[in-house]
Ligand binder design. Structure first.
Ligand code: ZN
Length: 514
């Protein structure tokens, strides 16, 4: 028996404990097969910017919207997200070759490693005896996200297309059925090839067509209004934008190659929205004429134009609820017009937050034990550096040896210039403090089950040197609040309960039908 994990996104592995017993995986009785780099990418993609990604999922997936025709109706390639604890088991078979064959219980499989496509770590699988091609999440019934609104590194559209092309010639010439990890199967070789070609061409055309315009001066601020998908692809159901939208995908391609700057010095040091908008509102004669003009544009259906000026009012005068209500009405109409569920959800979520603010009392999820165990010590230390408040660390300078004997790792941690560094494989004999703790015990600290202080007190962790450094380090760390403001004047009242221990690891962003 075996479980094949196609890629590193959580909606493709987090339920594994529901289908296999951990002891059967550890003993090797059941093979868990995954592509190279699976464990690292399963955890790493969503740590550093995790709180922002979780917050932005409120927008992309309309987390707060009621499930009804005017609210949340879909998440494109998944109807919703399963509740429950995220489970993760380490694979006991890793696919290391680009093309690799394996037979399990008489079922022959050919794996095609496709890194840097829909996920940093992903593979397709072909079952030659059944002429069945499993396209992982590389080919679904829609165009996917090159840029995903919740936030992720911009994906490589051309590489994605080339991997589909390779699959087309490795397997697509004889496949009689193609299925993916989302959406429905395609039957018959002619149909399989048609869908594969349309998907191949859409991603390649996105890359090439956008860069064709970029090389003639079209910028990241205009590309979504200029780039056009060829008519023949627009007429293909498999190439429609139910999930990723062409506009933001095209901006993603520009961002991947050129970054955010459009080449105009006016945009080199732009004012922040609150500052810029206050000036605009003053120059436009205050709230009244903006609302009058905004309503006129709204009534004519020119929602984007109305949004342009009402957004200025919202930032320039965040207390003006009438302006925000009208802006919300515009967002709502824009949401209803979108083909992409991500755009629809984002517009409707924006309207919701402008009208209601951000609900108070939402408590953050804590990390599941499997994710904490799978998270490298270096990654955890990196994130401590991200959680550090520079100002609080400005007068501190120290070095710590961290030794975890059970996994044979050691780290040198240094604080200097308000920056927390770590390097694996090194210790400094002159370090101010040495902490020796098994990684399995450190897991409990990261999970928030036990504090490091307690472990030192009861001897689970051993120290030598200046232990007061631990208090100093703790005093510089904060936990991020999930409910930060995105739209002006929507910040929730009341404090969020963040009584987690300073070394506890926050929940990585892992939900979503990605
Ligand atoms: Zn998925």
């Amino acid at each position: 028996m075996a479980v094949v994990i196609s890629h590193s996104h959580a909606d493709h592995w987090a339920g594994i404990r529901g289908v296999v017993d951990e002891k059967d995986v550890v003993s090797g009785k059941i093979k868990v097969i995954a592509p190279t780099g699976f464990m690292e990418h399963a955890v790493a993609e969503n740590i550093y910017a995790g709180n922002a990604m979780n917050r932005r999922m409120f927008m992309q997936y309309g987390v707060l919207l009621p499930a009804d025709p005017y609210g949340h109706v879909d998440q494109a390639i998944g109807k919703g997200v399963a509740a429950g604890t995220v489970g993760l088991l380490a694979p006991n078979v890793t696919i290391t070759e680009h093309i690799q064959e394996m037979t399990i219980d008489g079922v022959k499989m050919i794996f095609q490693d496709t890194p840097d496509t829909e996920a940093p770590c992903e593979m397709n699988t072909y079952f030659p005896d059944m002429k069945a091609f499993w396209a992982a999440e590389n080919i679904t019934a829609t165009i996917h996200n090159i840029y995903t609104l919740r936030g992720a590194m911009v994906r490589d559209a051309l590489n994605w297309s080339k991997n589909i092309n390779e699959a087309l010639y490795l397997f697509g010439q004889e496949a009689e059925v193609m299925f993916a990890s989302h959406s429905w199967p395609r039957w018959g070789n002619e149909r399989v090839q048609e869908v594969m070609k349309d998907q191949r061409d859409t991603y390649a055309h996105l890359n090439n067509g956008v860069l064709h315009l970029v090389n003639q001066g079209v910028t990241i601020n205009e590309i979504h209004n200029e780039y056009k998908v060829p008519k023949s692809l627009q007429n293909s159901w498999a190439a429609r934008s139910y999930h990723g939208d062409i506009g933001n995908n095209s901006r993603g391609v520009v961002n991947r190659y050129l970054g955010h700057w459009d080449g105009n010095p006016a945009n080199l040091i732009p004012l922040s929205p609150y500052e810029s908008s206050a000036l605009f509102v003053e120059m436009m004669g205050g709230a009244k004429p903006i609302i009058t003009k905004g309503r006129e544009l709204y009534n004519k259906g020119e929602y984007l134009h109305a949004i342009e000026i009402l957004n200025k009012l919202a930032y320039g005068n965040p207390g003006n609820q009438e302006g925000k209500e009208l802006l919300a009405d515009c967002y709502e109409q824009m949401g209803y017009q979108q083909e992409s569920t991500s755009l629809r959800n984002a517009f409707l979520a924006g309207a919701f937050e402008l009208r209601n603010g951000i609900p108070a009392g939402a408590s953050p999820k804590s990390s599941g034990p499997d994710l904490i165990k799978a998270m490298g010590t270096g990654l955890w230390l990196d994130f401590l550096g991200i959680r550090m408040v520079s100002e609080k660390a400005k007068d501190l300078e120290f070095s710590i040896n961290l030794i975890t004997p059970d996994n044979g790792e050691k780290y040198l941690i240094e604080l200097s210039n308000s920056t927390l560094n770590n390097i694996e494989g090194f210790n400094d004999e002159n370090a101010d403090l040495t902490i020796t703790i098994n990684r399995t015990d450190l897991d409990l600290v990261m999970m928030g089950v036990k504090t490091l202080d307690k472990m030192i007190a009861d001897g689970t962790a051993k120290t030598s040197g200046d232990v007061s450094i631990i208090e100093k380090l703790k005093s510089t760390l904060i936990h991020f609040d999930l409910r930060f403001e995105i739209l002006p004047g929507t910040v929730p009242v009341g404090e969020q309960q963040l009584n987690r221990n300073p070394f506890q690891q926050d929940m990585p962003a892992v939900i979503g039908a990605e």
